[in-house]
Design a binder for this molecule. Structure first.
Ligand SMILES: Nc1ncnc2c1ncn2[C@@H]1O[C@H](COP(=O)(O)OP(=O)(O)OP(=O)(O)O)[C@@H](O)[C@H]1O
Ligand SMILES: Cc1cn([C@H]2C[C@H](O)[C@@H](COP(=O)(O)O)O2)c(=O)[nH]c1=O
Length: 215
């Protein structure tokens, strides 16, 4: 594979989409092929699965089903879109990947990390991101951003996962911090409780270092 696989992780509303768009804008100047995608989703089948997973109508969804639906969406996405793009030499920017399943499903729902990793290694054929930008922000702050984005209405527009209690989101944030600490070779922890420009500058500086290492 000649491409570069970059993922963005962090609590809901941490600013991942904002930062991916900024980095994509910089990469566009480099004359490199770029693929911008997200999980769950990114393909026709994965998007269908996304609409089921995130729909608050499905409050009865069992934890096991949730783990497997995220993994099924990922399996299709990795094999239909991400691996072919990497084989063509593209820089793939992906909004969330397996770290999200470890944080939200394993730690968040109390499922064994080993089980979640085993299922997801199968789903993704062991694909590991080259670099992960972990946007860190206290859960209360990121949820405030989401409420603001939704126009101030408490729960308007929030999905099935975002609607979970603050305590759940705090657990998820701690899990992300743990992943960043344990896998510091791959994961760059970025303080996302700052202005967009400062966050983008840290990511861009690291991205150029990464490009230098690849060349
Ligand atoms: N650094 C920042 N400071 C303040 N507000 C921000 C910052 N970055 C993004 N926002 C705003 O916060 C909201 C959430 O940002 P964004 O959609 O980029 O987050 P996200 O992590 O992709 O969210 P989601 O988890 O829903 O995918 C948006 O309204 C965005 O404009
Ligand atoms: C990949 C993945 C995602 N999630 C959660 C995280 C978010 O709450 C939603 C995705 O929505 P976004 O606004 O596009 O970030 O799904 C998860 O729980 N497990 C996963 O593997």
């Amino acid at each position: 594979m000649t491409g570069i696989f970059i993922t963005f992780e962090g609590p809901d509303g941490a600013g991942k989409t904002t930062q991916i768009n900024r980095l994509a804008g910089e990469i566009a100047k480099l004359n490199r092929k770029i693929v911008f995608t997200r999980e769950p989703g990114g393909t026709r089948i994965s998007d269908k699965i996304r609409s089921i997973i995130l729909d608050p109508e499905y409050a009865e969804m069992k934890n096991q089903a949730e783990v497997l639906l995220y993994a099924a969406s990922r399996a299709q996405h990795v094999h239909e879109k991400i691996i072919p793009a990497l084989n063509e030499g593209s820089i793939v920017l992906c909004d969330r990947f397996i770290d999200a399943s470890v944080a939200y499903q394993a730690h968040g729902l109390g499922i064994s990390v080993d089980t979640v990793l085993m299922i997801n290694r199968f789903a993704s054929s062991g694909l590991i991101p080259t670099r992960t930008y972990m946007l860190d922000i206290p859960a209360q702050e990121s949820l405030k951003r989401l409420h603001k984005r939704a126009g101030g209405d408490e729960d308007a527009g929030l999905d099935r996962i975002e609607l979970r209690k603050l305590e759940y989101h705090r657990t998820v944030r701690e899990a992300f911090l743990g992943i960043a600490k344990e896998q510091s070779d791959r994961v760059l922890l970025v303080n996302a409780n700052r202005g967009e420009e400062e966050i983008a500058a840290d990511i861009l500086a690291d991205f150029y270092r990464l490009l230098d290492q690849q060349n």
